[in-house]
Design a protein around this ligand. Structure first.
Ligand code: ATP
Ligand code: MG
Length: 354
């Protein structure tokens, strides 16, 4: 056998609730990829979340982080119960060096078809959590304020990632994936009309980054964030790749997820320069946990995103196509989409198409 083969080790962190039901779907999807792709996957099960916290007193064990760093090329992460955040009371203090993106496709039928990615900077902006409360010397009443920090470095980095994603999506489209976009488009969002220094820097750094020669085929546009919210809800098909500072990206991605019809369809990935974690956008969904009806599609699409960032665009395209076909046939839709199919039936249908 002379065919080149690439070994990829994937950490599996199901976490809590339906994370335990959908992450196995991700593993089975990777195992079902055709051998002709030349990919050999191995897996390592890792613990994190509220259950782990209850058992060990730690939500994210050292070992999980260590194994991810030492052994793994990528990871799939399920969800963490909100009870964990209550248990911790104070959120962790160090910002994570990751960026997040969310990819959405219309399933609600109420809007014309759309397919967009939100690229969210995830290390700075208002989320540096430098806040203070003091007493106003004039009124004698409390005032609170927070730092919004934007750096040229992080803004450039995230804009380049948006450019890379736009170029790659175009390639995947040219490989046969259906699309409404003919050219890659990146829309920079900001509020520099009001915040001329912070958002002004983000805007300028992003513009400069996207002028690099590798993005010469990318159409670059920009939009003030409030007007983007309006247009995102009226005409989501306008957008291809949106790049945003942390706060706007957070809000836009939850809003975009609402357009899709079910959280069970929406994937994301947390990406650093050297690592990628695929993660469905939904949470632990305690209301449907243990019933065998959680929609595994968000996780399966997150596997596609993870593959993209591992440089396996062809494998990613196959995953997206199998999922889209399954949804398009409407034969095995889970209850969140108005169907009666179980998690297992949806997985089986996607794997059969793959
Ligand atoms: P968490 O706080 O962990 O996010 P939550 O109660 O907010 O938990 P989510 O997971 O965010 O729950 O889900 C919100 C709603 O969407 C719930 O009604 C849940 O059942 C539904 N939902 C989320 N994910 C899925 C899925 N994969 N399949 C079907 N329904 C889902
Ligand atoms: Mg939630």
């Amino acid at each position: 056998d002379t065919m080149a083969s690439r070994a990829l080790r994937i950490g599996l962190i199901p976490g809590d609730g339906i994370g335990r039901e959908v992450i196995p779907a991700g593993r089975r999807l990777l195992e079902a990829l055709p051998a002709s792709l030349g990919l050999k996957f191995s897996f390592v099960d890792l613990e994190a979340g509220f259950e782990t916290f209850k058992q060990t007193g730690v939500a994210l064990p050292e070992k999980t982080v260590e194994v991810l760093q030492r052994e793994c090329d990528g990871a799939l992460f399920g969800a963490v119960s909100p009870r964990l955040l209550v248990a911790h009371r104070r959120p962790p203090q160090t910002p994570r060096p990751v960026r997040q993106r969310t990819s959405c496709q219309d399933y609600s039928g109420a809007l014309s078809p759309f397919d967009l990615v939100i690229v969210r900077e995830n290390t700075e902006d208002l989320y540096v959590k430098e806040e203070r409360t003091y007493t106003d010397p004039v009124t004698g009443r409390p005032v609170a304020e927070a730092i919004k920090r934007i750096s040229e470095r992080a803004s450039t980095r995230i804009a380049r990632m948006a450019g890379d994603i736009a170029v790659r999506r175009q390639k995947i489209r040219e490989n046969g994936a259906e699309s409404i976009h003919t050219r890659p488009l990146v829309t920079i969002t900001h509020k520099s009309n009001v915040l001329s220094q912070t958002d002004g820097l983000f805007r300028e750094a992003a513009r400069a980054a996207l002028e690099l020669p590798e993005y010469k085929d990318v159409v670059v546009d920009e939009q003030i964030v409030d007007s983007m919210v309006y247009k995102l809800f009226r005409q989501p098909s306008t957008y291809d790749v949106i790049v945003a500072p942390n706060l706007y990206g957070d809000l836009l991605s939850d809003g975009a997820a609402a357009l899709v019809g079910s959280l069970g369809l929406v994937p994301s990935a947390n990406v650093s320069d050297s690592f990628v974690i695929g993660e469905p956008c939904h949470g632990s969904a305690p209301d449907i946990m243990g019933k065998g009806i959680a929609n595994p599609i968000a996780t399966m699409r997150s596997v596609g995103l993870m593959l993209e960032f591992l440089g396996e665009e062809h494998a990613a395209a196959m995953v997206y196509q199998a999922v889209d076909e399954s949804l398009g046939e409407k034969e095995f839709l889970s209850p969140d989409l108005g169907g009666e199919a179980s998690t297992e039936e949806v997985i089986a249908d996607v794997l059969r198409r793959l």
